[in-house]
Design a protein. Structure first.
Length: 135
């Protein structure tokens, strides 16, 4: 159960031949993402468990989940963009139903991220799920 934006991303990844191309694409996604305003880079929005600094700011309106995010590492900014494609626009109640591990596995991320990056990605997913469950 993925959003249309994530399905488009998964299709793009199918056409990229090797991990280096996919890695570059993730970085490009991060570069294209608008930066988070400095006023939101506060401890309450910082995600613990990431090797890099990561902030996720939830934006919930009309029962739909969205968020803004940022990181000091380009690859992590790209991973935030991937998560945005996966979750943005979903009804809040649907966020917890997303099997992030399986969906991200479709992109081949599981095999190619370092253990620190994988832990950080899991921490971001957990923050997203917790935030949606409290909304």
């Amino acid at each position: 159960m993925a959003t249309a934006a994530f399905e488009d991303l998964a299709e793009t990844f199918e056409f990229l031949d090797d991990w280096e191309d996919r890695y570059r694409h993730v970085i490009e996604l991060g570069k294209a993402m608008p930066p988070l305003d400095e006023t939101f880079k506060v401890p309450a929005l910082k995600v613990q468990g990431c090797a890099s600094q990561v902030w996720l700011r939830p934006v919930i309106a009309d029962g739909r989940f969205d968020f803004q995010g940022d990181s000091d590492a380009m690859i992590v900014r790209g991973l935030i963009a991937v998560l945005h494609a996966l979750y943005a626009g979903l009804p809040v109640a649907e966020v917890a139903k997303v099997d992030a591990t399986a969906e991200l596995g479709r992109l081949g991320l599981n095999e190619h991220l370092s253990s620190q990056r994988s832990n950080g990605l899991r921490a971001m997913v957990e923050r997203i799920r917790e935030t949606a469950s409290r909304a």
